[in-house]
Design a binder for this molecule. Structure first.
Ligand code: ATP
Ligand code: MG
Length: 238
């Protein structure tokens, strides 16, 4: 068995008395592309936060192999600063990267160019459109040159053209370039099919199905593993 990049054993997470995750056990290896699916409030964002190291489990064991990682949040927070500063400051302030301000700006500009935002680098990030802000958030994550990337609903709030743009970007960043381990939450099952090699279905903080992508979308196979997951998929696609 390959060593796990991330592993959880019997992890619970309580948030303000709410059980956000219950007895979650899983391991993720380098190179996997894992989709987290489930209804609103099922625990997808909570699981991403634990995996990214932002929340310590209330109970259970979380282990990870150190690597460069980054996360795109469900509601990215923009600093009241230019688009360029939004990316460069994140890089510069992270002392583990040990970048000079000049290098941080150069790398930030490269990331902005990659997401098609070089032309608005001096614009206040708060005045960018929703699609542009999402691309900026992606640039901020990608500028860290992550080996492990967490994406929380990366296209949820976007209109169809912006959705296609951001999808294509993520595709080129994670699938076409050097392999990146990807863990993402999505309500878009088409996107899950396009990106994932494995799908984890959560319900009320519990993992009810954890299958290779092809098996997850095979109704008979999914029914055997988790009738609840099948109901969810059928509901989402009806
Ligand atoms: N900061 C918090 N304080 C208290 N409860 C929280 C907090 N964050 C999340 N929760 C609760 O934890 C549970 C899981 O929430 P989470 O945000 O992980 O779900 P989700 O699957 O990401 O949902 P969505 O699809 O709406 O993004 C929910 O019951 C939610 O209300
Ligand atoms: Mg969420």
């Amino acid at each position: 068995m390959k060593p796990a990049l991330l592993s959880l054993h019997q992890v619970d997470l309580n948030l303000g008395g709410v059980p956000a995750l219950s007895a979650v056990t899983l391991r993720i290896e380098a190179g996997e592309r894992v989709a987290l699916v489930g209804a609103n409030g099922s625990g997808k964002s909570s699981l991403l936060r634990v995996l990214h190291g932002l929340r310590a489990p209330t109970r259970g064991v979380f282990e990870r192999t150190p690597c460069r990682q980054a996360m795109l949040f469900q509601r990215p927070h923009m600093l009241r600063a230019t688009a360029l500063q939004n990316v460069a400051l994140g890089l510069w302030l992270d002392r583990t990267l040990a970048l000079s301000w000049r290098t941080a700006q150069t790398r930030a500009l490269q990331a902005l160019s990659q997401v098609g935002l070089a032309g608005v680098q001096q614009q206040n990030a708060a005045t960018l459109s929703g699609g542009q802000q999402q691309r900026l958030a992606l640039a901020r994550a990608w500028a860290r040159e992550p080996e492990l990337l967490f994406l929380d609903e990366p296209t949820a709030s976007l209109d169809p053209p912006a959705k296609r743009e951001v999808e294509a970007l993520v595709q080129s960043m994670t699938l076409d370039a050097k392999p990146v381990t990807l863990v993402f939450a999505s309500h878009n099952l088409g996107q899950v099919k396009r990106w994932a090699t494995r799908v984890i279905y959560l319900e009320q903080g519990q993992v009810l199905a954890d299958l290779p992508m092809v098996q997850f979308f095979d109704s008979e196979c999914l029914r055997q593993h988790s009738p609840q997951a099948l109901l969810f998929v059928q509901g989402e696609t009806s």
